[in-house]
Design a protein around this ligand. Structure first.
Ligand code: SF4
Length: 191
């Protein structure tokens, strides 16, 4: 399913590939919660997504998601953002953009394409904790994720740093998000 509704929002399922292997990842549970088949037969093109989004109405936010890491499809995200400049848009990401695209200024590109909000799954308050909990594909994922979060906030994108409830010390999470200039979000569900 390329798009699905959850709560007040419309979600775009860009990819099932991911650059993390989180301890709490439960794709089956997520599919039940949103009541949609999230397993993609193939990764949709920007044109397919734009055409599908144009048919939908009455939602609050347009959310780039996946059950995977959406920035693996960065150019698709940028093209879809440019097609809907007036929509309230959000990107839910694990924040590995600077690992996936070491030569691109991704925060700037997202801002220029019109992204309004970004939710970065920080999930940990130290590299050790992050590597243990999220098992990222990149050895420097934690440092680069923090830099990406700060850059997004500095670009003026409304930036949330999220933690899964029960997986991090909330006091330390608050201190880290304040240092980065992002908004703390403790997640209990997909939204
Ligand atoms: S980032 Fe999301 S999809 Fe990827 S492993 Fe973690 S919980 Fe699962």
């Amino acid at each position: 399913m390329i798009t699905y509704s959850f709560g007040d929002n419309l979600y775009i399922n860009l990819t099932n590939r991911c650059t993390n292997h989180c301890a709490f990842c439960d794709k089956g549970h997520l599919q039940k919660v949103v009541n949609a088949d999230l397993k993609l037969k193939y990764e949709p093109t920007a044109a397919e997504i734009i055409s599908e989004v144009k048919k939908k109405e009455g939602y609050k936010e347009l959310v780039f998601c996946g059950v995977g890491e959406p920035t693996l499809k960065l150019d698709v995200i940028l093209e879809v953002l440019r097609a809907f400049p007036k929509k309230d848009t959000r990107l839910n990401t694990c924040g590995h953009a600077y690992c996936i695209y070491p030569d691109r200024m991704v925060a700037k590109e997202l801002k220029s394409a019109g992204l309004k909000k970004i939710n970065i799954s920080l999930n940990a308050t130290s590299k050790e904790e992050y590597d243990k909990t999220c098992k990222p594909a990149f050895p420097d994922a934690y440092e680069k994720m923090l830099r990406f979060a700060k850059d997004c906030a500095d670009e003026g994108i409304i930036t949330y740093g999220s933690f899964v409830s029960g997986f991090a010390n909330e006091g330390k999470a608050k201190a880290l998000t304040e240092k980065l200039g992002v908004i703390l979000k403790i997640r209990k569900d997909l939204n």
